[in-house]
Write a protein that binds this ligand. Sequence first.
Ligand code: F0G
Length: 454
Amino acid sequence: ETIPLEMHKVRIVQKLALPPIEHRLEVMTKAGNNTFLLPNEEVFLDMLTDSGVNAMSDRQLAAMMVADDAYAGSATYTRLETKLRDIFGMDYFLPAHQGRACEHILAKVLVTPGSVVPMNYHFTTTKAHITLQGGVVEELVSDAGLEVVSALPFKGDMDIAKLEATIARHGAGKIAFVRVESGTNLIGGQPVSLKNLAEVSAVCRRHGIVLVLDASLLADNLHFNKTREASCKDLTIREITRRIADLCDIVYFSARKLGCARGGGICIRDKDMYLRMRGLVPLFEGFLTYGGMSVREIEAITVGLEETMDEDMIDQGPQFIAYMVGELERRGVPVITPAGGLGCHVDAKRFVDHIPQEQYPAGALASALYIAGGIRGMERGTLSEQREPDGREVFSNMELVRLAMPRRVFTLSQVKYAIDRLSWLHENRRLVGGLTFVEEPEVLRFFYGLLKPV
Ligand code: F0G
């Protein structure tokens, strides 16, 4: 058994409460069996996401105190720009208030009605913004990426033959851009290899297609490049990052994974493309030298980016996740393997195999886990899909309950508690029943939808 070692010490803490089970049942019922609607005070372990809830370092907090608060021309902003140029080697940068705001700008400028955006796998907000502009998403992840149980190290890789076929079918002119999500969010945080990205990049360059990297989950991906990919073994994290960026035309990211509450941005190589996007920033985000972020947090993001180049720091999430996945596997609880980034992904299709997909097995399991243990996970299955324009349900490839692992936030005993509650729930899985909508919003329904037991 490999015990993950924390390469930091805890110096600020926040009190938690564990409400009794009867109360949790009441709270969950009131929340419409939707973990997004739980008041956080009623949650013991908040494993909903790693977005905006990762721990900050002493250096990040300290940096916030020396921020240069200015509407225009802030020195803090210049430091961020310089850091990004240093890390990604791209000349231009546009700030945005978070990742989906970058997606909004990219889609508005690059996507036209009928254009196609091939990608390894979609993310909820990405797809929503592309379809809003009349574009179509095509998912080209390798077949292995959709296998729940696997030993393959890079299940997020794109299938190059499928990419070639998609370009041939539509013609390069119809492709708005190709998007690679480093660390596929919806299929278990599975990484993309540097080798595969190089192949995707070669195809894009041959056809004159823009290659966009969604780097929101890049930190975890870098850990896997370093530890699972032979060609990266002797490279520093900074060198791997630069090789990745060198293959792309645009790198965008959510800075909410860096411990901040807000932030994101788009790094761009081409000046014309930069100019086409620039006009949207003051319109939707804020002036060009803050883009909807708080200046203090920009300072923390800059430090966070530098800390991401530190192996000790980026190893934390994946090591805790690997521990949790390994222990659950040993207890026979179905999880996505190999362990990926972002969190531990429980396979609801196998866990509650008595619940049909139209009764949202992953949503039902996420609700049950809160009741059983005060643990808040996130449904990443059919509930997170959007219906076809004609109202037909889109059944997701996987039915997952994601137990995100906010970095440097939980102790190993808390993770062990989560393992224990999940095993108990697995032994008593027949207690869990399916769900049906009481109130179903049209867009991003998983955020606000209310459900009840079937
Ligand atoms: N891309 C990826 C791969 C993401 O994981 C996220 C956010 C975004 C884009 C959007 O960024 O939230 O700053 O607007 N993922 C969070 C999650 C919300 O919990 O999975 P955002």
